[in-house]
Design a protein around this ligand. Structure first.
Ligand code: ADE
Length: 224
């Protein structure tokens, strides 16, 4: 899989995607990241990427031309073009699963008040938001999407079960049961005895119950 990220701050996406499991995924060749500076796709002396909004209003709007240049130079028949924006559809695990089989993702990152809407109309396949809050720019969001997608590619996580049994996988309606490791007692708090029992069926039953309980407490919206 190839993921090209187009942004005025490539360094914001580079740091997390060159580290840890993402860094190893690159080394092993399952994914290739391209970090592109949007300013490299401008043709004026000032490398300008934004301008004042038509119709007035605060802030600046990102110009269409550099995005068109960038996408047209990177796009192939296998590409899907995403735009990171708080106005996009919410990013969820099912979307990560869907994107994990796309051979080439091009992720456009907005900044300032937004991106000229002709970019959305003509270039973008999907507008995606990582949550109902506003970041200073979409590059952090692009790194979040890339991480969530790449970890699902077979071979990226050491143990394949870790992505199958986690929160939001399956029908996405429950969060995971709590986890414990040694010591069995810590500052007066004991690990639930069932986890030490070796009874796999009982452990499974306990995990389902805990999943239900924690979903009620932390994510009642998932049960609606
Ligand atoms: N850019 C700014 N805020 C964002 C968000 N919540 N999701 C995606 N891109 C963004």
């Amino acid at each position: 899989m190839k993921i090209d990220i187009i942004t005025i701050f490539p360094e914001i996406a580079e740091a997390p995607l060159r580290s840890s499991i993402m860094g190893r995924a690159v080394e092993s060749g399952v994914v290739e990241f391209g970090f592109h500076n949007l300013r490299d796709f401008t043709s004026d002396k000032h490398r300008q990427v934004d301008d004042i909004p038509y119709g007035g209003g605060p802030g600046m709007v990102m110009k269409p031309e550099p995005f068109f240049e960038a996408v047209e130079s990177l796009r192939t028949d296998e590409s899907k073009v995403l735009l990171m924006t708080p106005q996009g559809s919410p990013f969820v695990q099912a979307k990560a699963v869907e994107l994990a089989v796309v051979p080439h993702l091009i992720i456009l990152c907005g900044h300032y008040e937004g991106v000229d809407h002709r970019v959305v109309e003509a270039l973008v396949d999907e507008e995606i938001s990582i949550g109902d809050y506003v970041l200073t720019n979409g590059t952090l969001a692009a790194a979040v999407i890339a991480d969530a997608v790449v970890r699902l590619i077979p071979g990226v996580l050491g143990d394949e079960r870790s992505s199958e049994e986690e929160s939001f996988s399956g029908d996405g309606s429950r969060i995971e049961a709590p986890h414990y490791t040694r010591p069995a007692e810590f500052r007066g708090r004991e690990v639930p005895p069932v986890l030490l029992s070796g009874h796999h069926a009982e452990i499974e039953k306990w995990r389902l119950q805990m999943s239900e309980q924690r979903t009620k407490e932390n994510r009642p919206d998932l049960l609606d």
